[in-house]
Ligand binder design. Structure first.
Ligand code: BTN
Length: 264
């Protein structure tokens, strides 16, 4: 069932139009369908559960339990060129982190580019997609999944993933957290837009980057390299010091980064 309602957000354009589903295949897929029908910049699709949740690099995203997670997708129709869009996924990671801190008073880390971790395990994943659009200009959808009130995770991911409830011992109001995420995102997006990069946000992002000064393995298709993560540049690329001392900038769309001793 779909309801169209307004979230109690204190924003100018994020979440002013919201579609809310009890269940759906994927909020990212639905956001594309709505974007193709002409929905505006800032529209949000929320679902209580997804039966075809999608993750990065062609993986699935487990979000099939009713009433436990936050699953939403935000539609963006930026005025700027598509080559300045890569950092938006980092902007969303920072916004979710800030919202969890504001509302739950929990300090999460960011695993580049956009996973949030608590006690070394993932609690939030973000899937950002650029679409060229049939009738209108390009648009971006940013899909966010947060493990909020799950008592346990499926066995195959329990060593890698956790939830806010597991780590804090209490449940949380998902709507309040979602509202805070959207409010934080709007503020951060406007900072991003002033320079079309992470210039204003880089210090805060790096302060919570769990990879910093740690050995990382860069997984590209058919190729693996190792180096030490040293931070990000304003474009949001990870700066990795290679064994020969050179610094390589890694673009998030192309690779996945793993710690050499585990997920982080
Ligand atoms: C990842 O692999 O870490 C990204 C996971 C993104 C999951 C979210 S849940 C809401 C939105 N809809 C989807 O199908 N995926 C994203």
């Amino acid at each position: 069932m779909v309801e169209k309602w307004q979230l109690p957000v204190n924003t100018r354009w994020v979440g002013r139009s919201t579609y809310c589903y009890e269940e759906i295949d994927s909020t990212n897929l639905e956001a594309v369908r709505l974007a193709e029908q002409g929905e505006a910049h800032g529209m949000v699709v929320v679902a209580d559960r997804q039966y075809k949740g999608r993750g990065r690099r062609g993986r699935s995203w487990e979000s099939s339990l009713k009433g436990k997670d936050i699953c939403f997708t935000l539609l963006l129709r930026p005025k700027f060129r598509t080559d300045s869009m890569a950092g938006l996924t980092l902007v969303m990671a920072l916004s979710v982190r800030q919202a969890i801190k504001d509302y739950c008073h929990l300090e999460t880390g960011i695993k580049w580019p956009n996973d949030l971790v608590l006690q070394g395990k993932k609690i939030c994943g973000i899937l950002t997609e650029l679409h060229s659009g049939k009738s209108q200009s390009s648009y971006i959808i940013v899909g966010v999944g947060v493990n909020v009130n799950r008592e346990e995770l499926p066995e195959e991911i329990e060593n890698l993933a956790t939830s806010l409830l597991i780590e804090s011992g209490r449940s949380w109001d998902r709507k309040k957290l979602l509202v805070r995420i959207l409010e934080r995102f709007e503020q951060n997006y406007e900072s991003y837009q002033r320079h079309l990069d992470m210039t204003e946000l880089i210090a805060e992002y790096q302060a919570c980057l769990v990879n910093i000064d740690r050995q990382v393995r860069i997984l590209e298709s058919g190729n693996e390299r190792e180096g030490i993560a040293r931070g990000i540049n304003p474009a949001g690329e990870l700066l990795v010091e290679m064994p020969d001392g050179t610094i390589t900038a890694i673009y998030a769309g192309e690779v996945s980064v793993r710690g050499i001793y585990g997920y982080v």
